[in-house]
Design a protein around this ligand. Structure first.
Ligand SMILES: Nc1ncnc2c1ncn2[C@@H]1O[C@H](COP(=O)(O)OP(=O)(O)OP(=O)(O)O)[C@@H](O)[C@H]1O
Length: 299
């Protein structure tokens, strides 16, 4: 199946600054795609280009297998719900009144509005003024606005921004549910933790460039956990293993694959270094990111 979003060489320059550089996105159907990167890495700019809100400097965009052009825009965009930057909503109107504006603009029915509010669990708060909503409720109203048109694709820019852990969990559950119903969800965040728990495919941006795209497992596969070798003779072991560092009870070394590990163990054994244990260090996704970004860190 062709991806719901596919870009080739997507690039956006603002004067002499390249905000998005040669991006090849591939967002499969029916997944939560986590679009991750630090502030200023180009996530919003990319999403705006996908929605036809800003023109790429170069490159191509395909949505639902169709090139995004001026001519195809009117056909394709109604299938996409979006929330870019701060959630929409007039504070002096109620949630319901805000949704009515969306209904009128998009020519929707009251039933669609009711359903969207129910999906984000705002039905019982729909008569409240939006300025009295919590941040989480405002975010959910923004998502309801994006959902009202029954989109096949949702594009959400930082929908968990500023939420407390319970609010994040609520949005996470909602987005995973929507993907379960076949809606493709592209969601950006600058926080690794928020994305990791909901996305099955990750795209990671750093300074406008995609440094990784794939599943979480593929991400882990790209990174080799450090090896820890327990020995009672760390000084001898260090002499045999260039680049190793001493740890309590042994030495630690990075970048050894399976074959290299076997050769290393053989070398240590031949040098009569007593080996009590050889193990991989447990790694968090955060560690893997650190590796990818050259220990400079992503976030
Ligand atoms: N209209 C614009 N004119 C000039 N530069 C811009 C414009 N929009 C974005 N930029 C620059 O492009 C880069 C990428 O910005 P963008 O907002 O896409 O990043 P982001 O990853 O979404 O970050 P954030 O989470 O902070 O919004 C930044 O350096 C930003 O200053």
């Amino acid at each position: 199946m062709s991806p719901v979003i596919a870009t080739r060489g997507l690039t956006k320059r603002f004067r002499d600054h390249t905000a998005v550089n040669d991006l090849d996105l591939a967002v499969p159907q029916g997944v939560v795609y986590g679009f991750l990167g630090p502030n200023g890495s180009g996530k919003s700019t990319t999403m705006k280009m996908l929605l036809g809100l800003t023109q790429p400097t170069s490159g191509n965009i395909e949505l639902f297998g169709q090139p995004l052009t001026r001519a195809s825009r009117a056909q394709v965009l109604p299938s996409i719900g979006s929330m870019i930057e701060a959630p929409a909503g007039y504070g002096h109107l109620t949630g319901w009144e805000n949704m009515q504006i969306v209904r009128c603009m998009l020519g929707l029915t009251d039933a669609q509005i009711e359903r969207a509010l129910a999906t984000v669990r705002l039905t019982e708060h729909k008569a409240k003024l939006v300025r009295n909503y919590s941040l989480g409720m405002k975010q959910r109203l923004g998502i309801a606005m994006a959902l009202a048109r029954d989109p096949a694709l949702l594009v959400l820019d930082e929908p968990t921004n500023g939420l407390d852990p319970a609010g994040i969990e609520e949005i996470r559950t909602l987005l995973v549910d929507l993907a379960g119903q076949g809606i493709t969800v592209m969601v950006s965040s600058h926080l690794l933790d928020e994305i990791d728990k909901m996305a099955s495919v990750l795209g990671i941006l750093s300074a406008g460039t995609m440094i990784f795209q794939g599943t979480r497992t593929q991400l882990f596969d790209q990174s080799l956990p450090d090896l820890v070798i327990e020995t009672t003779a760390p000084s001898e072991a260090l002499r045999c293993v260039p680049g190793a560092v001493a740890t309590s009870g042994g030495i630690q070394v990075s970048g050894y694959d399976k074959d290299e590990t076997a050769a290393l163990v053989k070398r240590l054994a031949e040098a009569d270094v007593p080996i009590h244990e050889v193990r991989r260090v447990h790694r968090s996704l955060e560690d893997v990111f650190m590796d990818l970004t050259g220990r400079g860190g992503l976030l």
